[in-house]
Design a protein around this ligand. Structure first.
Ligand code: BGP
Length: 471
């Protein structure tokens, strides 16, 4: 392949809570990550502790700087820009009868600016941003009460942005509920037994499935030409050896993630889950009409994040993290300073895996390299490692397209340095654009183009052809 298909969308992705800052500006309420000083791998405080530094509170001040930042995205030639709406800007406590006009207006202006600069907004409706009040009052999605509240929020944003936003994603990385239910679903599981934890996770998941189906339904009613998808964290997982136990357990481990897309894309619960529910004695409460709703309103595409791969050894556990699970290291792969294995072919593998399973379009809505960037004496950032990572991954995307996979596009995570979701660090930088800010919140917030900025610009300009020229 010499070029990517004409309709392939190139761009980048961020999330409101990791970029906007302005955490209480113009009526915004707290969301669940606003009380997490060390990211989702750390602990959530019950209240804001005035002695602590919370990176999401100011982040990179995208709230006030989005025009200049989007000008840089335009300069790279982005055709799509993914971000999220912070639910608590629209409904600060999740339960108000009327939405917060200032919050609605902010996103209206943001989407206007995105479109003015030649990009399509790709909007995540809930990216780890459940209003904190809904965690405190209902324990988040464990309660069915959240379904109508989310439905109301969806109606408001679909109506308001129907002429601006065509591409939507409902819940970011819903499968991360397996290891981070607080962040993915606003559901706290402290001091729970394993059985109780699983019970809460699957109950919350069910409510989110119902909400996802409703969001799909309402979206199509209000915006007939919209495309609305689900979103999962799907870094790859391989058996560590050809030992049949390793292979079968890897299949089971993958199902713990694919269960979510199985329900949302196929519109029904898969049979393999019955065994897990029986063995763990899990009883999910469902309403009589739920099955028909799920069936009638499946997601039409699957957005996913891919950062790395890991391996599984039968009988061993693995840690959950942003970007997927971490199991046994793969001796064939190098790792980033955060221990994330670099595996470009894994991206082709996952594209094929998903397309084989669902035969629905896939959208790579997160992929990128978090690394330590240094400003050299010339005042610039020569991030060859990022270019190398990206080049290898994009070549594998081209291979996946050749394999027959319908890939809607690619939004690099995150085109500008932002707060790390996993650890709350600024030091873990993904951007093509450097932001002068450190882990303690010091810095001028100045933006500097890295070498990768110009490199990605050329890739987009040539519709991917430059990848092959260099090869
Ligand atoms: C995904 C999240 C993003 C994100 C990314 C990178 O799981 O959807 O919000 O930040 O991972 O993770 P991190 O920031 O921890 O490096």
């Amino acid at each position: 392949m010499k070029q990517f298909p004409k309709e392939f969308l190139w761009g980048g992705a961020i999330a409101a809570n990791q970029a906007e800052g302005a955490y209480l500006t113009e009526g915004k309420g707290l969301n669940i990550v606003d009380v997490m000083p060390n990211g989702l791998m750390g602990k959530a405080d019950k209240e804001i502790d005035p002695q602590k530094y919370y990176p999401s509170h100011d982040a990179i001040d995208f709230y006030h700087r989005y025009e200049a930042d989007l000008a840089l995205m335009e300069e790279m030639g982005f055709q799509v820009f993914r971000t999220s709406i912070a639910w608590s800007r629209i409904f600060p406590n999740g339960e108000e009868s009327e939405p917060n006009e200032a919050g609605l207006l902010f996103y209206e202006k943001l989407f206007t600016e995105i479109k003015k600069r030649g990009m399509e907004p790709l909007v995540t409706i809930s990216h780890y941003e459940t209003p904190l009040a809904l965690n405190k009052k209902y324990n988040g999605w464990e309660s069915r009460k959240l379904v109508p509240l989310f439905e109301k929020y969806c109606r408001v944003i679909f109506n308001r942005y129907k002429n601006q936003v065509k591409y939507w994603l409902v819940f970011n990385e819903m499968n991360n509920i397996n290891h981070s239910p607080y962040v993915a679903a606003g559901t706290s599981v402290e001091n729970c037994s394993e059985k109780e934890r699983l019970q809460k996770i699957y109950q919350a998941s069910h409510h989110m499935f119902v909400a996802n189906a409703l969001a799909n339904k309402i979206c199509h009613e209000i915006i007939p030409d919209a495309k609305i998808g689900c979103m999962l964290s799907l870094s790859a997982i391989y058996p560590n050896t050809c030992k049949p136990d390793d292979v079968f357990e890897t299949l089971e481990a993958r199902r713990r993630s694919l269960f979510f897309s199985d329900v949302m894309l196929r519109g029904k619960y898969p049979k393999y889950l019955n065994r897990l529910f029986k063995e763990q004695d899990i009883h999910v409460k469902k309403e009589a009409e739920d099955a028909a709703l799920l069936k009638a309103h499946p997601s039409e595409y699957i957005g996913f994040s891919y950062y790395r791969s890991t391996t599984h050894v039968a009988g061993s556990g693995y840690a959950g993290h942003t970007g997927g699970v971490l199991g046994t290291p793969n001796p064939y792969l190098e790792v980033t300073p955060w221990g994330w294995a670099i595996d470009a072919k894994g991206l082709r593998y996952v594209c094929n895996e998903l397309y084989d399973r669902y035969e629905k379009p896939v959208f790579i809505v997160e992929n990128g390299m978090g690394n330590i960037d240094k400003i050299t004496e010339d005042g610039l950032i020569h991030d060859d490692y990022r270019i190398d990572y990206l080049k290898k991954h994009l070549i594998e995307v081209a291979e996946a397209i050749e394999d027959g996979v319908e890939v809607m596009g690619y939004t690099y995570w995150g085109p500008i340095d932002i707060v790390s979701a996993g650890t709350g660090e600024m030091k873990k930088r993904y951007g093509f654009i450097y932001v002068d800010k450190d882990n303690e919140g010091r810095g001028t917030l100045n933006r500097i183009r890295k070498d990768s900025f110009y490199w990605y610009q050329e890739v987009i300009q040539s519709q991917g052809a430059s990848l092959f020229n260099e090869a």
